[in-house]
Design a protein around this ligand. Structure first.
Ligand code: ATP
Ligand code: MG
Length: 615
C-alpha cells in the first residue's frame, strides 16, 4: 500500500486545523519538557563538581532545591501534555469517525451489498482508533525527539568533540537499524488487520442470521469456521509481534553498545585528567537521556507503520464514490398524489445479467398499479429504482414529469413511501419506531394518523401504548404487527406515491383485517404500486402490470384484462379461482360468490403457485 505524503498531511491539516490553539499549547508543553530535561543533568553536574571542590552546604542545598523544582515541573508538564494530547486525539478521531459514518450512510446499496457491517465497523472504529496517536503526537514527538537529540549532541560537543562525534554515529546507526526492522514488520501487520476485519465481518453476519443457524443446526459448523478465522488471525498477530520485537531487540543491543562505548571513552578521558568527574556523569546522563527521545522517535515510526495501514483503508473508504448522486435541486409538490412514468428503463445489478429491460409504463396521479410476476422477475427492483436506492442504467423514471435524478434525494424519499417485506425495527419505544426518532412529531399527530389508519385501537392494546419498548429485530411484535407499524410509519410521511412490496407471510385473520383497513386509508388519494404476492391486494388495482424476467409481459386496466379471456391476467385469475374454489369446498365457511372477494377472503393465497402453473 503506497500512500503519498500529501495524504498524511491532508489528514493532519483537516482534523488539526479546527483545534489549532490546542496544538500550539501541546507544542509549548513539549518544548518546555525538552528544556527541563536538558537542564537537570547540568544542575547535577555542577552539584558533583562543587562537592568535589568542597563548597559550603547552603549553596549545595540551594542546588538540590533547584533540582527538586525542575523535577516537579517536569512531572506537571507531563500530566498537562497527556491531557492536551488526549483531547486533540479524541477530537480529531471523532471528527474522522463522523465523516466516515456520514459517508458510509450515504453510500448506495451496491456498496453495502459488497461490505458487511462488521467490516465497516472495523474501519470506522478500530482503524480510526489507531490514528489517535498519529493526530495528537506524531509530528510533535518526532520533532521534539529530534530536537532533544540535537540538544544533547550540541551540549556534549561543547564538552568534548570526540564524545559528541561518537554519539552522533551511534544515533544514526540506531535509527537506521530500527527503521529497517519496522519495514520488515509492516506487511505482517497489514495482513493481521485484514484477517481481523474478515473475522469481524463473519461474526456480524452469523449473529444477524442466528435464527437460521439455530434452526438449520449449523451451530457447530459456524463455530468451526469461527475457530479457523480466529486461528488464522492469532498466528498472523503472533508473527507480526515477533518480527516487530526482533527489530526492537536488535536496536536495543545497538543502544547498549553505544552506552558501553560512551562509558569507555568517559573513563579514558577522566583517567587522563582531560575531563572532570561531573562531566563524566553529564556524558553518561545524556547518553541515558537519549534513550527517551530515540525510543519515542522509534515508537512513532512504528505507530506510523500501523497508522499507514489504517490511513490507507480510511482514505479508500472516504474516496469510494456513491453511485446515487444527490445533485438534483428541484422538489416535488408537498401534497397530492404523484404521476409515475417509466421510459425505456433498463437496469442491472452486475455487468453479466440484466434485470430490467426496456420497461415503459405510466400511472396517472392517484392510480393504483398491481405488479405481478414470478419470483426474481424484478418487481422489488422497480421499487428500489423509484426510491433511488440504485439509479437506472438507461432510460428515465419521472414523478409528476420530473426526472427523479433532478429531485433532491431527501425530498424524493420523503414523498415516496416504501413498505418492504423486511421491516427494520429499532430497540426503542413504539413512538420512536414510528417517527424514526424525529422528536418534532407530536403525540397528537401520531394518534391522529393511527386513528385514520384504524390502528389506534391496536396501539391501545399494547402494554404501554406509544411507550411500549420494542426489542431489537422487532422482538415482541409479530410479522403482521411489524407490517402495521411500517404502514403507520409511511403514513406519517404523507407520501404522494406508496410502494407496497408486500410480505407473503401468514397473518392471523384479525391482523389481516386491521392491515386491510389500514391499507385502504393509506392508499386513498395517493398513487400506489402494489407488488402482490396475494391476489387479495390486487383487488384495489386500477392497472395491472405482469413482469416476466424483467420485461413487460402485459399492461392494462384491471377490468379490461380481467374481461379479456386471452390475457395472462384472466388466466391467472381463473387458476387462482380454481384453487380458491377447491379451498372453498374444503372450507365452506370461506365460500363467497364473487371470485375476487373469494380471493380476498382467502388470506394466505400465494401468487407463486398458480403463476408457475400458467405463465
Ligand atoms: P420476489 O418475488 O422473490 O420478491 P422480485 O421480482 O422482487 O422477486 P427482485 O428482487 O427484483 O425480484 O430481483 C430481480 C433479479 O435481480 C433476481 O434475479 C435477483 O437475483 C437479482 N437481484 C436482486 N437483488 C440483487 C442484488 N442486490 N445484487 C444482485 N442481484 C440482485
Ligand atoms: Mg421482491
Amino acid at each position: 500500500m503506497n500512500i503519498p505524503v500529501k495524504a498524511y498531511l491532508d489528514l493532519l491539516y483537516n482534523y488539526l486545523k479546527p483545534q489549532w490553539p490546542k496544538v500550539m499549547g501541546m507544542a509549548v508543553l513539549l518544548f518546555s519538557s525538552i528544556a527541563l530535561q536538558l537542564l537537570n543533568p547540568q544542575v547535577i553536574r555542577q552539584f558533583i563538581d562543587r562537592v568535589q571542590q568542597g563548597v559550603p552546604h547552603p549553596a549545595l542545598l540551594q542546588m538540590a532545591l533547584w533540582f527538586l523544582l525542575i523535577v516537579l515541573a517536569q512531572r506537571g508538564v507531563a500530566i498537562a501534555t497527556t491531557y492536551v494530547s488526549q483531547q486533540i486525539a479524541w477530537n480529531a478521531t471523532n471528527g474522522l469517525r463522523r465523516d466516515l459514518t456520514r459517508h458510509v450512510l450515504k453510500l448506495d446499496l451496491s456498496f453495502h451489498n459488497a461490505h458487511t457491517p462488521g467490516e465497516l465497523l472495523e474501519r470506522i472504529d478500530n482503524d480510526v482508533d489507531r490514528l489517535g496517536n498519529f493526530f495528537s503526537e506524531f509530528l510533535l514527538q518526532i520533532l521534539s525527539g529530534l530536537l532533544l537529540t540535537l540538544g544533547v549532541l550540541l551540549l556534549l560537543w561543547r564538552e568534548d568533540g570526540r564524545m559528541a562525534g561518537l554519539l552522533a554515529l551511534f544515533v544514526i546507526a540506531y535509527l537506521v537499524v530500527h527503521a529497517r526492522g519496522q519495514q520488515l514488520a509492516t506487511p505482517h501487520w497489514e495482513k493481521e488487520r485484514q484477517y481481523s476485519a474478515d473475522l469481524m465481518g463473519f461474526v456480524e453476519e452469523r449473529l444477524a442470521g442466528v435464527r437460521d443457524i439455530q434452526t438449520s443446526g449449523a451451530v457447530d459448523y459456524t463455530l468451526l469456521r469461527f475457530y479457523a478465522l480466529v486461528r488464522r488471525r492469532t498466528w498472523q498477530a503472533l508473527k507480526a509481534d515477533v518480527v516487530t520485537d526482533v527489530g526492537w531487540t536488535i536496536s536495543k543491543i545497538f543502544y547498549d553498545l553505544g552506552t558501553v562505548a560512551g562509558m569507555a571513552l568517559g573513563a579514558y578521558l577522566f583517567l587522563r585528567g582531560q575531563i572532570t568527574l561531573g562531566t563524566v556523569y553529564l556524558v553518561l546522563n545524556y547518553l541515558d537521556s537519549l534513550n527517551g527521545p530515540l525510543t519515542s522517535i522509534a515508537n512513532q515510526m512504528e505507530e506510523l507503520q500501523q497508522a499507514r495501514v489504517a490511513i490507507g483503508r480510511v482514505q479508500t473508504l472516504l474516496q469510494t464514490p456513491t453511485k446515487v448522486l444527490d445533485r438534483g435541486n428541484t422538489t416535488l409538490p408537498t401534497e397530492g398524489a404523484l404521476g409515475v412514468r417509466f421510459e425505456h428503463v433498463a437496469f442491472r445489478y452486475h455487468e453479466d445479467a440484466g434485470v430490467l429491460h426496456d420497461l415503459s409504463f405510466a400511472l396517472q396521479p392517484g392510480q393504483k398499479l398491481g405488479l405481478l410476476g414470478r419470483t426474481g422477475s424484478g418487481k422489488s427492483t422497480i421499487s428500489r429504482l423509484l426510491f433511488r436506492l440504485y439509479d437506472v442504467d438507461s432510460g428515465a423514471i419521472t414523478l409528476n414529469d420530473q426526472e427523479i435524478r433532478q429531485v433532491r434525494l431527501a425530498n424524493l424519499r420523503q414523498r415516496v413511501g416504501l413498505v418492504t417485506q423486511e421491516v427494520q425495527l429499532f430497540p426503542a419505544s413504539l413512538r420512536d419506531n414510528l417517527t424514526l426518532f424525529d422528536a418534532t412529531i407530536r403525540d397528537a399527530q401520531i394518534w391522529e394518523n393511527l386513528r385514520r389508519l384504524g390502528l389506534d385501537g391496536w396501539v391501545q392494546t399494547l402494554s404501554a401504548g406509544l411507550d411500549t419498548l420494542l426489542a431489537a429485530n422487532g422482538g415482541g411484535l409479530s410479522a403482521g404487527e411489524a407490517q402495521l407499524l411500517a404502514l403507520a410509519r409511511v403514513f406519517l410521511k404523507n407520501p404522494g406515491l406508496v410502494i407496497l412490496d408486500e410480505a407473503s407471510s401468514r397473518l392471523d385473520a384479525a391482523t389481516e383485517r386491521l392491515l386491510e383497513r389500514a391499507l385502504d386509508s393509506l392508499l386513498a388519494g395517493r398513487t400506489a404500486i402494489i407488488i402482490a404476492h396475494r391476489l387479495a391486494t390486487v383487488r384495489r388495482a386500477d392497472e395491472i402490470l405482469i413482469l416476466e424476467a424483467g420485461k413487460m409481459q402485459e399492461f392494462g386496466s384491471y377490468q379490461q384484462l380481467a374481461n379479456d379471456p386471452n390475457s395472462r391476467f384472466a388466466h391467472l385469475l381463473r387458476t387462482a379461482n380454481l384453487t380458491a374454489d377447491l379451498t372453498a369446498n374444503l372450507h365452506p365457511e370461506n365460500g363467497a360468490s364473487d371470485p375476487v372477494t373469494q380471493l380476498a377472503n382467502h388470506n394466505h393465497f400465494s401468487m407463486v403457485a398458480p403463476q408457475e402453473a400458467t405463465v
